[in-house]
Design a protein around this ligand. Sequence first.
Ligand SMILES: [Mn+2]
Length: 359
Amino acid sequence: MNPLSEKNKTLFSNIEVDAVFLRTREDLPDSNVSYFTGLTKQFLSNHALILKPKAKPLLLKSILEPAVKIPALRVKRIDRRKQFKTVLKKELKGVKKIGINKPLYSSAFLREIKKIADKKKLVDVSSAMASQRATKSMYDVLNIATACKIVESVAEKIPRFFKKGMTEKQLALKIEILLREKGEDILPFPVIVASGKNAAFPHHVPLDKKIKNGLVLFDFGCYYKNYCSDISRVFSVGKPTKKQKQLYAGVFATKQYSQALVKPGVVCGQLFDKADKFLKKQTGISLIHGLGHGLGVDAHDFPSGFLHGNKKKLEPGMVLTVEPGIYGKFGGIRIEDDVVVTSAGCKQLTKAPTELLLL
Ligand SMILES: [Mn+2]
């Protein structure tokens, strides 16, 4: 079965509604629209999507947007102000219950939908969509695996294109070009290049700062056919100190330890606690962020991930990052790989180097 039809079928086997209405806007994107249409986000700025159990999904596009042709979709280009409500009313004729992604919408927008829906019942189907997205199909995993291959090949090339005197920004731009050449035109998040003390901030923004001898932390991802990858790597410019090597080894050991614990039935929060304890023993430093997050059409997808207190249990088909990190006056070391949960454990989709590599 076509992967999109399969997603549609799975959704309606889990919810009791006659149709699902989704909307994505530039200021309020809904990744479920990408998930059910297979379109990457640059093609989805202002759209509505209507899903029905036994029909092809209908994508309503503004006449301002480029046309797309996808066999598994019905695509209608409309003048949003004039035709939107008329088309919607026609499409929702005979429908009694409409599923919506309620938590995403503002109260003003909900009022608007209620008006269009008239006396039809609106049902929040957000959690059903979230759990469907958490467990990846073979199609999803294959695309994520390809996105992983792309980021890995770019990471491996860094020592080849890095030159002494380059700034963080220059290096980030070079990486972005390679990622966009091999993957999709958009990136799931801006490339992070953090050198020296800047790496103490996990979400550092690359600066016009020349990279000097010391550690450099990279964190980047790419899209392949609508699915993300996300990795973090640390390199050393010049010979690393003994302490730096030890810290890297401690973080790497924590990543290996955590991955070895990943298997169906494991409670995400408990895995976080174990990894945190292990990391503290290895390096003397605790985690200041989650150990990892779900990966899919979003870089932070479902399940929410390895966070303290998260009672969610792992299931086969879930794809997550495993990314222990330590931060301090020395800067930061974070090593991030992506894994897919299998029936017995997990399969690594990326593979970080076992020791600090030189730039
Ligand atoms: Mn990540």
